[in-house]
Design a protein around this ligand. Structure first.
Ligand code: HEC
Length: 177
């Protein structure tokens, strides 16, 4: 009895939501990451190859890489274009010519080129390998070496979707030697 009394109001609310025009509009942009995807596209500092890509994941990946995870700080050398260094009070402009191509030294450790290789694989890694690197810090090319400096102990807690988004974004940026 009690249960039925509870169910009826919920059913009515559900029906009202289904029929209301507002929810129709919402359903068109139902992606819960919509804002972040839009910002991701706005702030991507390089042209993106969107052919055969999941567009939502690419936008989300750009947001994570460029607005949250600071990959550019360590993987672009130097991180900012001439005249675009915000630490000098200049309007921020990422160094698109070397974007994520690595080469920054942290003592003996050098950040890697994480742009797509000739086969289109970011840092030469498959998605499974990339997720493993981000979660464990183990480089598949040198399994005994634990990546240093690279904040994988932070990134390892990201959702599977977030890591896939980063990968899909890195797959879409230009290759740089
Ligand atoms: C604090 C600096 C720093 C940040 C921030 C950083 N990295 Fe790194 N990353 C490094 C360094 C340094 C290495 C190489 C470490 C070594 O050789 O031990 C590395 C290595 C890697 C590797 C291994 C490449 C390979 O060939 O196995 C990947 C992949 C990677 N980084 C991706 C990323 C991504 C994606 C982000 C942003 C989400 C990021 N990194 C942010 C410093 C950083």
């Amino acid at each position: 009895m009690r249960l039925r009394i509870l169910i009826i109001p919920f059913a009515l609310v559900g029906l009202a939501l289904t029929l209301s025009p507002a929810s129709q509009g919402q359903r068109a942009s139902a992606d819960p990451d919509g804002d972040r995807i839009a910002i991701g596209y706005r702030i991507a500092p390089v042209p993106l190859n969107l052919h055969n890509r999941d567009h939502s994941l690419v936008g989300l990946g750009s947001y994570i890489v460029n607005a949250q995870a600071a990959c550019n700080d360590c993987h672009t050398n130097p991180p900012f274009a001439p005249g675009g260094d915000p630490y000098q009070g200049q309007p921020k402009k990422f160094n698109a010519a070397r974007y994520l191509a690595g080469g920054t030294a942290f003592g003996p450790f050098i950040s890697r080129n994480i742009t797509p290789d000739a086969d289109g694989l970011p840092a030469g890694l498959t998605l499974a390998e990339f997720k493993s690197v981000m979660r464990t810090g183990h480089d598949p090319d040198a399994p005994s070496h634990l990546l240093q400096v690279m904040p994988w102990p932070v990134y390892q807690s990201m959702t599977d979707k977030d890591l896939r988004a980063i990968y899909e974004y890195l797959r879409s940026i230009p290759h740089i030697d």
